[in-house]
Design a protein around this ligand. Structure first.
Ligand code: OOB
Length: 550
């Protein structure tokens, strides 16, 4: 497939021989579960609606047949963008079953991001929810479609489709499987991309990450083992379902592969999460660290029965040890940290690691087939054990290249195929790694990654801005928030509100990327080679924040 970098044959052979790659598609594995666990609950929606494996399987097949009937062809890309409602699960699995490739957009994305993905991947279809919390996704899809002629098919979760789009509600009520034989649905090649994930953590504009069936099936099966999932697992997903953590680490597919049940929370707030844990006897909760802080500090926490909760799986940003220490005594459950990346690497703490390892490290590779080194980023040579360096990873579920990004791939992967993560880590004597920082130019806002260059390009389009630097400032709750240093054009005035109005209304970017502080300056500190010295700016803003300066 054009734009996709496969694993070299020697590695593919090795991964197959070791039993990591099964040469099965995601749909084959899911279909097996739908039959095997038939009458058991597979999915529970926020409103309490329960889907058994059998029912979910039927709806997925039905929707897949409709997608093919509407013109989706094998390997066509479909942008998926919905909140945590059952339709997101059904449409995701149906796209795979129809032979298409879902692009896992985030619900928070707006026209700028969605248009960019549509263009880059030449998407043929988009599936959105109608309007949600005051934003009209259908209207946005129509705007994206107007600029992207290859985007032919718009599907909308909701009853009243506009602009010639199709209602997912109506499709799910039409039992096409009774008229068309599902046996004729296309079969995909397990060596080719199944899903395109979004990169969170790269330098530069966001990239698309091709995950093949072989790599992604192994990814969730391996995760399900490491996180000890089984038929009794009830897993709460309150982070966006489209995120890698929620869909495959172990996420939806890990849970379904083992016969467990996923509870989908539409709302990521701690009140809803506590209520759902109590009501559905949740055993595994997937959360970013800020959500754990929310659960711990919720004023009505004592009113809920959390006895069923065995473990909180957490990653996306660093878990503060002070918070980690409160989990067992206050929530009565275990915690399992993961350093995860959409590019594939997954470093898990193990449930039987000793307490200090569990609380203070972010884990070790999930698979025996994973290789990693900690290197000096300047030279690419390994640092002595215990010293800080960049984490480089290679393995059966780690990509060899971004989708349609040859120039970036040459920089992000070593000649021998290691993914250069941009994360700074140190090896703990236990063999686990500890995250110490990062060298990639992005902001991690409570697990939501923002590429600095992407937002800077939008900010530079403002007529009052001569130059800018978008950087992280420390925040006690989210870890980091975004701050922008701006050199205004001579004679121009700019305020944070005016800038953010421009970013939202003119540039149409996702709200979580808006800078939360604006610093006006006449010049920037520069590095020896004349680049903006962001490290110096980060130090400057950290001092101001620490001193409480407005
Ligand atoms: C997960 O994936 P992404 O792709 O959204 O973000 C990856 C980046 C990492 O490179 C690292 O900078 C940061 O997020 N990160 C962590 C972390 N887990 C991820 N930083 C510190 N401590 C951690 N535990 O975020 C992701 C993917 C799968 C599972 C879980 C998280």
């Amino acid at each position: 497939m054009e734009g996709f970098t496969p694993w070299p044959q020697e590695f593919a052979d090795r991964y197959r021989q070791a039993g990591y790659w099964l040469d099965r598609t995601i749909s084959e594995v899911m279909d097996e579960s739908f039959v095997r666990f038939g009458g058991r609950p597979a999915l529970i929606a926020s409103g309490g609606r329960v889907f058994t494996y059998q029912e979910l399987g039927r709806l997925v097949t039905r929707m897949a047949l409709h997608l093919v009937r509407l013109g989706l062809r094998p390997y066509d890309r479909l942008i998926l963008q919905m909140p945590n409602i059952p339709e997101v699960v059904i449409t995701y699995l149906a796209t795979l079953k129809a032979g298409g490739i879902p692009i896992m957009a985030l619900f928070a994305h707006r026209e700028a991001e969605i248009s960019y993905f549509a263009e880059l991947a030449e998407a043929r279809a988009i599936a959105v929810s109608a309007s949600w919390r005051g934003f009209d996704y259908q209207e946005m899809a129509a705007q994206v479609q107007a600029k992207n002629p290859h985007l032919e098919l718009v599907l909308v979760a909701g009853p009243d489709p506009k602009h010639g789009s199709h209602s997912i509600d109506a499709l799910l009520k039409d039992p096409l499987e009774q008229r068309v034989d599902p046996g004729h649905l296309p079969h995909q090649d397990p060596n080719l991309p199944a899903v395109l994930l979004l990169s969170g953590g790269t330098t530069g504009i966001p990239k698309l990450i091709p995950r093949t069936h072989n790599d992604y099936v192994y990814n969730f099966l391996c995760n399900a083992e490491v996180c000890r999932l089984d038929e009794h697992t009830v897993s709460l997903i309150a982070i966006p379902q489209e995120h890698n953590f929620a869909i495959a680490c172990p996420g939806l597919k890990g849970v379904l592969s083992k016969g467990g049940c996923e509870v989908l929370s539409e709302n990521p707030g701690p009140g809803d999460m506590l209520e759902l844990i109590d009501r559905h006897r949740v055993t595994h909760c997937i959360a970013v660290p800020t959500m754990i802080v929310g659960l711990l500090n919720h004023p009505k926490r004592q009113e809920y029965n959390l006895d069923s909760l065995e473990v909180i799986l957490t990653g996306g940003s660093k878990l503060n040890p002070e918070i980690a220490l409160r989990i067992a005594p206050e929530l009565g459950c275990d915690v399992q940290q993961v350093l995860g990346m959409a590019e594939g690497p997954l470093y898990w703490v193990r449930r039987d690691d000793p307490p200090e390892v569990k609380l203070y490290t972010q884990g070790r590779p999930q698979s025996p087939g994973d290789e990693f080194k900690i290197v000096d980023p300047a030279t690419g040579t390994e640092v002595p054990p215990g010293e800080v360096g960049e984490l480089w990873c290679r393995g059966p579920h780690i990509i060899r290249g971004y989708y349609r990004a040859p120039e970036h791939n040459a920089k992000a992967f070593s000649a021998d195929g290691y993914y250069q993560s941009g994360d700074l880590v140190r090896l703990h004597p236990s063999g686990n790694v500890i995250v110490e920082g990062r060298i990639k130019d992005c902001i991690n806002r409570g697990g939501e990654k923002i590429s600095a260059e992407e937002v800077e390009n939008h900010i530079l389009a403002h007529p009052a801005v001569a130059n800018c630097a978008y950087i992280a400032m420390p925040d006690p709750l989210l870890g980091e928030r975004a701050c922008v240093y701006v050199i205004p054009r001579p004679g121009s005035l700019i305020t944070l509100k005016a800038l953010n109005d421009f970013l939202l209304q003119e540039r149409k970017i996702a709200k979580f990327k808006l800078p939360e502080r604006l610093e006006l300056v006449d010049s920037f500190p520069l590095t020896a080679v004349g680049k903006i010295n962001k490290k110096a700016l980060r130090q400057l803003i950290a001092e101001k924040v620490a001193q409480g300066q407005p």
